[in-house]
Design a protein around this ligand. Structure first.
Ligand SMILES: Cc1cc2nc3c(=O)[nH]c(=O)nc-3n(C[C@H](O)[C@H](O)[C@H](O)COP(=O)(O)O)c2cc1C
Length: 331
């Protein structure tokens, strides 16, 4: 069976990628993923706040020194050239991983604003990352902030990162824009070479003993795959970029549904965290069995086969399917 595919211009032996999670934070666990057949890895994120924390400390240091010693700042290097422990550890991790495994490595930056931290994108490339994923997760809480300004903030951040790097940039989108299709188009115009559909928000809970809300990392099931399938099918063939399906990929069937909807590859976190890396082999074997039975020979043959690319009016199709689903519910 030919499982090969391409994503972000990278050749993959199969469409299974390890999504950013604690499993992609060390050489040892990434090697286990590779041994079990994963085709590529997206590292856990380096957060804007982790970079800026150190930058702010440096600003503070510069401020104190410049008060007492006027020339102190003139010979000091620019702020991000300072030793930045957390961020520098991340760069070191990239180098170590690249020395130890042969699969494509996608670094991950997680931030929300245009600022000094963005210059780290180039450093991730120089450390050896084959591509960069950018996760922008911003929860606007101000009633004065209009939607178009939130969207523009996302676009500006993507454009600033894209401008600084030569490796392909992947944008990990969320599904909560008024029009995800318009945002997808604008991300590509801003320089994205790939889109991940979609990031999954953290889960909000309330601790009744502490009387406080708290957020937890969200472990999904296949049930959460729905929006991903919908938007892969809508966007397939419309943009000059790759599509990676994410959120709710737990089985061989989930992978095949995503590919047939229009994804080039799929990214997995929850299934690997809950069932272990061994599940990769099971997923690949289930895909093989299904494809064999239904006389498919390759992943490329299946891509987008049930997408909306050939539907004259996808909005009407979506509306009709919606009505049909509600009107034909049977208990
Ligand atoms: C424990 C945990 C840690 C995660 N860490 C990151 C992260 O560092 N950066 C990121 O972009 N996504 C992170 N994610 C989100 C996953 O990469 C993925 O997008 C999400 O879990 C949906 O995929 P899934 O349904 O396969 O779990 C994390 C998810 C979990 C459960």
């Amino acid at each position: 069976m030919d499982f090969t595919t391409t994503l972000l211009g990278l050749n993959l032996k199969n469409p299974l990628i390890a999504s950013a999670s604690p499993l992609t934070s060390s050489v040892e666990s990434i090697r286990r993923l590779e041994d079990n057949g994963i085709a590529a890895v997206i590292m856990h994120s380096l957060f804007e706040e982790e970079i800026n924390h150190e930058i702010h400390q440096i600003d503070h240091f510069l401020h104190i020194n410049s008060d007492s010693y006027a020339e102190a700042t003139s010979y000091l290097p620019s702020e991000v050239d300072f030793e930045n422990l957390q961020a520098d550890n991340y760069l070191e991790e990239i180098r170590r991983i690249k020395e130890s495994v042969s699969l494509p490595l996608i670094a991950s930056l997680n931030g929300i604003s245009a600022g000094g931290w963005i210059s780290y994108a180039k450093k991730l490339e120089e450390a050896g990352a084959d591509a960069l994923e950018l996760n922008i997760t911003y929860i606007p809480t101000s009633m004065e902030m209009e939607g178009y300004r939130v969207e523009q903030m996302y676009i500006d951040t993507v454009a600033q990162v894209a401008e600084r790097i030569d490796i392909p940039l992947n944008v990990k989108m969320n599904a909560y824009f008024s029009n995800p299709a318009n945002m997808a188009k604008r991300f590509v115009e801003a320089g994205a070479k790939g889109l991940t559909l979609f990031d999954n928000p953290t889960r909000v809970e309330v601790d009744l003993e502490l009387l406080s809300p708290l957020q937890r990392a969200n472990i999904t099931t296949s049930y959460n795959l729905s929006e991903t399938l919908r938007w892969c099918a809508i966007l397939y063939g419309k943009l000059s970029c790759s599509l990676c399906a994410n959120t709710g990929i737990h089985s061989g069937e989930d992978v095949l549904k995503a590919i047939m909807s229009g994804a080039d590859a799929t990214a997995l976190a929850s299934v690997l965290l809950t069932k272990g890396e061994g599940e990769i082999k099971q997923i690949l074997s289930d895909m093989d069995e299904w494809m064999e039975k239904h006389e498919y020979e390759s992943i490329s043959q299946m891509k987008g086969s049930i997408s909306l690319a050939h539907t004259d009016n996808p909005s009407v199709y979506e509306r009709n399917s919606y009505m049909y689903a509600l009107q034909h519910y049977r208990r």
